[in-house]
Design a protein around this ligand. Structure first.
Ligand code: HAM
Length: 419
């Protein structure tokens, strides 16, 4: 029996990869304009890094990590997200020593042992950014403006930005207590997971998708009513800056994130078109994380987009594979040799050219050119060779012309540059 891949981990095949490359190229281009540099960190880290940053009582750490022992008995984990590894690298490499402000982006696979379904996979890919070292809420608005700009640039329209504030270590405990008070009388109505969360991580109850839990928490107190003065000011300023930048958003005071490192601003880019997996991008501030991981007390904010979800959302607008510019159809040994050398010369100059290597009939070669969807076919037979010409057929217009063989390379290249 042949060996198959792992459930929830997908191949990205030719025909699909063009859309992925487009999404990555746009990210590189746009993030560069906002001053972000790329960083690449390993896909495996010490397990402790994720326990300490994402939080011991989150679903990710409790149930979803691919954790294993290496041959020396160290506990390692395939990264479930990118923020913690990037902060680990930022601290370890003392990236703050020159300038405490760092703007970084990354792309790559992440791993979570979740139940696979449309838009949710066990190996998935993120494009993420982290802006470190700026307290001012202008950076929150900048990061959100960049996110909105990205969606606009790649042509994804059916998305809405939701923001919230999750408070800080000053005001969160007060809110937590108010929520516990409220939930106490509703415990019987909650699902088993939420009864557990009530003890360990009560804010997560607000995020539960089970209808009974949603109903039971309908009247829960709002985190926004419990913000301290400084978090309240910060949240108002973020909204003011977003309005100045003309970024559409709504406030969703029930949005809590699945990672414990967040403080203050939290946000999600949501869509109605992906069923249950409605977040295409998500992020927030993590002002205590770098210090908690042993680094300097620097704030940070960032987001990650799920590339599979972006690809799904692009739907009809997916990028088509490139069409070969030229297919060379040759008949006879001598013509085939000439075509082969010409093809190689054109390829060296960047022209996407193809030919048939197996000396098939003209009809079969033209069929192959059609299959490749080539723009033009250059026909070289014994007859043409004798007259020192080649026939160039335009596959879209259906027209053809004879061109002098001696200048064929030059003519083809000149026409391409002029096109
Ligand atoms: P997250 O909300 O866990 O945040 O993930 C960000 C995005 O990754 C989600 O909105 C979704 O598009 C995608 N995603 C997550 N899990 C899956 C999955 N199983 N299959 C497919 N796509 C998925 C973070 O990871 C934070 N590190 C984001 C961040 C950066 N916060 C600050 N900086």
């Amino acid at each position: 029996m042949s060996i198959t891949g792992i459930k929830g981990m997908n191949d990205i095949l030719p025909g699909d990869i063009e859309t992925w490359q487009f999404l990555e190229e746009q990210a590189r281009k746009i993030f560069k304009a906002y001053g972000f540099s790329e960083i690449r960190v390993p896909v495996v880290e010490k397990t402790e890094l994720f326990c300490r940053s994402i939080g011991e009582t989150t679903d990710i750490v409790e149930k979803e990590m691919y954790t294993f022992e290496d041959k020396s008995g160290n506990s390692l984990t395939l990264r479930p997200e990118g923020t913690a590894p990037v902060m680990r690298s930022f601290i370890q490499n003392k990236l703050y020593s020159q300038d405490p402000v760092a703007k970084l982006f990354y792309t790559g696979p992440m791993f979570r042992y979740e139940r696979p379904q449309k838009g949710r996979y066990r190996q998935f890919h993120q494009i993420g950014v982290e802006a470190i070292g700026v307290e001012d809420p202008k950076i929150d608005a900048q990061v959100l403006a960049m996110l909105a700009h990205y969606f606009e640039a790649v042509g994804i329209e059916d998305v809405a930005l939701q923001i919230n504030s999750l408070g800080c270590p000053e005001c969160r405990p007060g809110y937590r207590n108010a929520l516990l008070d409220y939930l106490k009388s509703k415990l019987d109505a909650l699902c088993a997971d939420c009864r557990r969360r009530y003890e360990s991580n009560p804010l997560r109850v607000l995020d539960c998708k089970v209808p009974a839990c949603k109903e039971a928490t309908g009247q829960a107190p709002s985190v926004l009513q419990h913000l301290c003065g400084s978090c309240d000011d910060q949240f108002s300023a973020v909204q003011r800056h977003l309005k100045d930048l003309q970024i559409d958003f709504s406030v969703n005071d029930r949005m809590v994130r699945g990672l414990d490192y967040y403080t203050k601003t939290a946000f999600e880019m949501v869509t109605g078109s992906l069923g249950a997996q409605n977040a295409v991008a998500a992020g927030g501030r993590y002002d205590g994380l770098i210090r908690d991981l042993g680094g300097p007390a620097l704030p940070g904010i960032g987001f990650a987009m799920g590339v599979e979800r972006l690809v799904l959302m692009l739907g009809e607008k997916r990028v088509q594979p490139p069409r070969p510019e030229l297919f060379l159809a040759a008949m006879g040994e001598e013509a085939a040799q000439l075509a082969f050398v010409l093809m190689s010369r054109l390829q060296r100059q960047g022209m996407q050219a193809e030919m048939d290597y197996e000396g098939k009939s003209l009809k079969s070669q033209l069929r192959r050119a059609g299959k490749f969807n080539a723009r033009q076919v250059l026909i070289l037979g014994e007859n043409e060779l004798a007259r020192q010409v080649a026939v160039l057929r335009d596959m879209d217009g259906g027209t053809q012309e004879e061109l002098p063989l001696a200048d064929i390379e030059l003519i083809l290249l000149q026409r391409r540059d002029g096109a």
